[in-house]
Design a protein around this ligand. Sequence first.
Ligand code: 5AD
Ligand code: SF4
Length: 466
Amino acid sequence: MLNNGLKTSVFAEQEVYINKVFKLLPQIYEYKPKAAVITFGCQQNVSDSEHLKGMLFKMGYTITEHTEEADFIIFNTCAVREHAQDRVYGNIGTVKALKKNNPKLLAAVCGCMSQQESVAEKIKKSYPYIDMVLGTQVFHRLPEFIYKRLSGSKRIFERDLPNEEIVEDIPVLRDGKYKGWLPIMYGCNNFCTYCIVPYVRGRERSREPEKILAEAREMINAGYKEITLLGQNVNSYGKDCAHGVTFSKLLRMINDIEGDFVIRFMTSHPKDCTEELINTIRDCKKISRHLHLPFQSGSDRILKQMNRHYDREHYLNLIKMAKERIEDVSLTSDIIVGFPGETYEDFKETLSLVKEVEFSSLFTFIYSPRENTPAASMPDPVTREEKGIWFDELLKLQEEIALKNQDKYLGKTYKVICDSVEGDGLLSGHTSGTASIEFEGDESLLGKFVNVKVTSCDGALKGVVI
Ligand code: 5AD
Ligand code: SF4
């Protein structure tokens, strides 16, 4: 199918390899082999890992969480910050000892780190026990690579960014039974100067609306009560296509699917967040009253340096509109502290924005230089220690805001999906925003919607089913 020149391909080629591996495994292992998928990073990676598990399961592997008992291990990596990357190297280093105990073990690295040439080279030279390194746009070819390696091929390094096509129909084994991820687009066109994502995930590619709607229907029929639409910048959904379905339109189409379920989405970019989107959240009863809108910095000077294409005023106008039009809206954001050249005066602008908006929660990061991004070569005179002090100041401010606002939940009733049993035996679920609530109840409530009245807000919310 043509999608502005982009091809939506099917998974058929790999089905052939799935069958080949399925027949080969019993010849290699005298037992049913196990596979572990170790995931780092964002929800996109979590979703990709569910597809890796789907393929591995179909090939004949049992899925395990424990690398010590696995016959195939794949590390699905994240490159967005250095810390995440260091953790991955620590993890893949353990494969050497695991292979001593299990010489038939195969190990692979995929995800955003493996898309970087320097990483692939480092693994090639310094981690000879890693059998394959797969870039972000070839991970669906896992069956082919496993088949080739099990049949005696040499180590596999495949990190092409092919025709930027979307591969549909990859098998999926979802982690959750009631809440599920649904990718609607891949890649990013924004090139924020600090961010490695556009380099490792390629250009924006939107899935066809029919494919998304079909998957959403499938999930609802299978009992999913919450669907989270995923993309690096969901607001620009459809801009790469001729079909004319915008993100707001897509949301309305999903909202119209019959059934009782909640729609969430992430991540939104303030430059593409429209009045139409805010009105859509207001109008569609199945969309959660939550907007994750990363502002990154409160300083116009820094926003320009970051190449974010909006200013503080624009951001605050969006927030004002969201608060006015969406009842009880929960707002969350991402913030970077210590971008190159940021002064304490700039940082104070971030603090004042946080004070003004009063977010429900924040994801805060200290700037981490990423290879080959424009920001990595900008002068960065503030020490890491100093940035740490600013960062703590931001956390303290957010804690004060959370404490001040925690009583707002008291006495209110929320419709929540009962999705897990906590260690203390209480059941737990989420409000339409982001807060989690614990309450007493029978396990038969799992996977169902319940109305919970909040009775205490001391730290975690506690409530009773009414
Ligand atoms: N350093 C620190 N934080 C970063 N993010 C992205 N790149 C970097 C970086 N180089 C943060 C942004 C983004 C979130 C997913 O990760 O805040 O919104
Ligand atoms: Fe990175 Fe900016 Fe794209 Fe988000 S929008 S993935 S921060 S480049």
